[in-house]
Each structure stands twice: as structure tokens, then as C-alpha cells.
Design a protein around this ligand. Structure first.
Ligand code: NAP
Ligand code: HSE
Length: 428
């Protein structure tokens, strides 16, 4: 294999891991790295030039492969487009730019005959992308679902194991370096939505627009919900899912009550866990580190080695390039899918309340599986309800009607319960 010359944008957590691993690959030469601040102290000795001008990396004619680990939407997008225009191959860990601009990037790459590798963009060190792209190529994929964010899984695991509040668990995650100072992308589900957009492109050939993905974060999950879920035989996880086919997809991320015996319930700490269902293989489960310096660098450098080993082959880009269409996927509105629900209502403790709740649900074809009043408190009572599978728009209607009832003091929680993805269609 000949020597391959690389350039890199970014030398943060992931970039530093990439430099460490590239040191073990003699045929890969990292020539230049671009950073924001050239004077910053780094905990690595670089074997190459450092610049604060990304164009010095992108426009260097000797550099064949651009490693993009700077993150964010802009200017990463412009840099990637410029590199592709110059027929450079891309290896990226950037889920945000792929989810928001995937159709444009892949279409340009196709026209220019270059490949975009992105194993690190979803599930960090778990080889999920190459598994779907190559290992499961003979399958019609019906769903990809799972825990795709290590930070929120760490927070939810701490809340459950130690009875901590969300705020306290977040603080601990930040002090240990799992959560960022601004945790919005992780805890509000944006990070998972980006990953689901990419997984939709791999499994069904089209990216899902991030804004079309139903998204509910974990900020409102309480220690009380955790304990209550446990009593009913569940654990609360932030689960993302893309399911369907080429015509339309159901794509969503939300906290989910997962049965204790389900494989996702056993995925703890900062790990990720993903179930992929294909018509020939059935269901496969992959679990492992979804983030962190070396697991993510493992995915980036794996991509670089794959790419470098094939660079001399004729038409190699079309072999490696995912078969992705330039149009966005048709994503079903969230009201269209069905699943069971867990509800925690705060109500006044007076005669007929449970009867009225039952009537409101019954009129919307929502069947109650279990209803428990958690004692009385001053001025009211807490009622926990588990329903059978219900259509989301029916549940929205029922909750809106309930909110107008004089006995309602508040909806403390409304959390979806795990439903096999092939049973979530709203057709009754
Ligand atoms: P990070 O630690 O914040 O590092 C970002 C790097 O990019 C820094 O070196 C920064 O330079 C450089 N940079 C930022 N803006 C720049 C600009 N305009 N011009 C030049 N350089 C610029 O980020 P990270 O955690 O390594 O993440 C990188 C990518 O990997 C992101 O897309 C992220 O989503 C993805 N990813 C991360 C993980 C993880 O566990 N961290 C896992 C999977 C995927 P300075 O060093 O000078 O500030
Ligand atoms: N912030 C992400 C996580 C890592 O916590 O899983 C990057 O994908």
C-alpha cells in the first residue's frame, strides 16, 4: 500500500485520539492540522504542521484525505464542500453537519467521485455504520432503535442507581467530563435526532430532516418517575428509533420505559446499545462505548485505514459510497404512531375523578392497563396510569381534555413505553 497524505480540521477530544492512533500507521502521513487557537497548550506532541487557517489544509494539493473533527454546522460544511470540490475524500465524526446537509454533501461527493466515511458520527466506537452498510447489505431493514447518547444514558443510570435528581446527575456527569458545559444537544435529544437522520439514510436511503423528527428530552424525568417505573418492572432510557421503509418513516427520540428484561435495559453508564432488525438476519444487538476520545478515534482511524487501503482501486468511491438519494425522507407526523403510555397525574382527591379519567380515555379508544393512586397528599393525590398501546394523537386529545377538568392539578409526566417498532403503526 502506498503512502497516503492526510490533513485534519480539529485537534480536540477526538482529533487528539486520532493523532495517537495514527502514530501506529506508518503508511498514513498526517501533514497538517488546523485548530482555532494555535497557541493553546496540547497534551500531545504533533508530528506535523499546525495552522489556524483551515484553507491551508484543504487547499494543499498533496493532501488526499480530509479528516473533519472540528464539529458544528458552519464552517465545517463549507470546508467539506470545498474539499469535495477538489476531489478529496472525507472522514468525519460530525453528525450535525451530516444530518442537516447530508443530501447536498453526498450528491456532490457522488458527482466528484469521492467517498465520505462517517463511522464515528453515530455510536462512537461501535461499528454500527459499516455493519448496516456492508454486513447487513442483503437485508431489508425494518428498524434501527436504541440508546444512542452516552451522556444521557450516564445521567439516567445515575438517577436510577443513586436516586439522584436530574440536576444532580447532570452536575456529576459534567464534573466527570461526560456532559458538556452546555448540555442542551444531549439532554434535549438533538444529538440523537442527528444520529437518527444518518441512520435513516443508511437503512432507507434518505436522510430524515432533523426538524421532522419527534424529539423529547430527559430534563423533566424525576427520581420519582424512575422509582415508579421500577415498581412496574421498567427502567427509563432515552431511546431513538427510525422505522419503516422507502415510502415513509417513523423517526423519534424520547424517554421510554423499557422492560427490565429487554436488552436495552441492561445498557448502563455511558454505553450505547442498538437493535437493528433486518428481514433475513432478524434482530441483532450491538452494545459498547458510544463516545469518548479513544472509542471515537478508533472509528475515525478505522475509516481512514479502509479508505487508504482501497484508494488505488478503480472506481473505489462508488463501492464505498452509501447509496443515498438526494431527496429527504418522508417522515410521518408523530400523532400517527402508537405505543403504550405511562402517565403521572396530580389531581384533587375527590369522588368520581378516576371515573372521569376512564371516560375521557375510553372515548378516545385508550384502554387503561393499570391505574394506581399513590396515597393522598395535602390538597390532592397522585395517580399513575399505564395504558395499552394508544395512538399518539388520541393521547394528545385526552391530555388536552384532562387539562380542562377542574380536578386536574397538573400532568407530572407522560412517558412512552417501549413497543416493538413493527407494532407502532397507527392502522387499527
Ligand atoms: P472539541 O473537543 O470541541 O474539538 C474541536 C476542535 O476543533 C478543537 O481542536 C478546535 O480548536 C477546533 N475548531 C473548532 N472550530 C474551529 C474553526 N472554526 N477553525 C479551526 N479549528 C476549529 O470537539 P470533539 O469532542 O473532539 O468533537 C469533534 C467532532 O466529533 C464533533 O463533530 C463531535 O460531534 C464528534 N464526536 C465527538 C465525540 C466525543 O466523544 N467527543 C464522539 C463522537 C463524535 P481549538 O483546539 O484550538 O479550540
Ligand atoms: N455527546 C454524545 C454522547 C457523543 O454523549 O453520546 C458524541 O456523539
Amino acid at each position: 500500500m502506498g503512502r497516503v497524505v492526510l490533513g485534519m480540521l480539529g485537534l480536540g477530544t477526538v482529533g487528539t485520539g486520532v493523532v495517537k492512533l495514527l502514530g501506529q500507521q506508518r503508511h498514513l502521513q498526517l501533514k497538517k492540522v488546523a485548530v482555532r487557537d494555535k497557541l493553546k497548550q496540547r497534551d500531545i506532541v504533533l508530528p506535523c504542521a499546525v495552522t489556524d487557517d483551515p484553507l491551508q489544509v484543504i487547499d494543499d494539493p498533496e493532501i488526499e484525505v480530509l479528516i473533519e473533527v472540528m464539529g458544528g454546522e458552519k464552517p465545517a460544511l463549507d470546508h467539506m464542500l470545498r474539499a469535495i470540490e477538489q476531489r478529496k475524500h472525507i472522514v468525519t465524526a460530525n453528525k450535525e453537519v451530516l444530518a442537516k446537509h447530508g443530501p447536498e454533501l453526498f450528491e456532490l461527493a457522488r458527482r466528484k467521485g469521492v467517498a465520505i466515511f462517517f463511522e464515528a458520527s453515530v455510536a462512537g466506537g461501535i461499528p454500527l455504520i459499516s455493519t448496516i452498510q456492508k454486513g447487513l447489505e442483503a437485508n431489508k431493514i425494518s428498524s434501527v432503535a436504541g440508546i444512542l447518547n452516552g451522556t444521557t444514558n450516564f445521567i439516567l443510570s445515575s438517577m436510577e442507581e443513586r436516586g439522584e435528581s436530574f440536576a444532580r446527575a447532570l452536575e456529576v456527569a459534567q464534573s466527570l467530563g461526560f456532559a458538556e458545559a452546555d448540555p442542551t444537544a444531549d439532554v434535549e435529544g438533538f444529538d440523537v435526532a442527528y444520529k437518527l437522520s444518518i441512520l435513516s439514510a443508511l437503512a432507507y436511503g434518505r436522510f430524515a430532516r432533523p426538524e421532522s423528527i419527534f424529539r423529547q428530552g430527559i430534563r423533566d424525568i424525576s427520581a420519582e418517575d424512575m422509582a415508579s417505573a421500577r415498581e412496574f418492572g421498567y427502567r427509563i432510557k432515552l431511546v431513538g428509533c427510525t422505522a419503516g421503509g422507502e415510502d415513509s418513516l417513523s423517526v423519534r427520540v424520547h424517554p421510554t420505559l423499557v422492560p427490565l428484561a429487554h436488552p436495552l435495559a441492561a445498557v448502563s453508564g455511558s454505553n450505547n446499545g442498538i437493535l437493528v432488525t433486518g428481514h433475513a438476519v432478524g434482530e441483532i444487538v450491538m452494545v459498547g462505548p458510544g463516545a469518548g476520545q479513544m472509542p471515537t478515534a478508533s472509528a475515525v482511524v478505522g475509516d481512514i485505514i479502509n479508505l487508504a487501503s482501497a484508494l488505488q482501486l478503480p472506481d473505489f468511491a462508488s463501492y464505498f459510497q452509501a447509496a443515498i438519494q438526494p431527496e429527504w425522507a418522508c417522515v410521518l407526523p408523530p400523532g400517527m404512531w402508537r405505543c403504550p403510555f405511562y402517565l403521572h397525574l396530580k389531581v384533587s382527591d375527590s369522588p368520581g375523578v378516576i371515573g372521569q379519567i376512564g371516560t375521557i380515555f375510553g372515548l378516545r379508544r385508550i384502554s387503561i392497563q393499570s391505574i394506581v393512586q399513590r396515597g393522598s397528599r395535602q390538597g390532592g393525590a397522585d395517580i399513575v396510569i399505564l395504558t395499552h398501546a394508544a395512538v399518539s394523537s388520541d393521547m394528545d386529545g385526552a391530555l388536552s381534555e384532562l387539562s380542562k377538568c377542574a380536578f386536574m392539578q397538573g400532568l407530572a409526566s407522560c412517558i412512552r413505553i417501549w413497543q416493538e417498532p413493527d407494532k407502532t403503526s397507527a392502522d387499527r
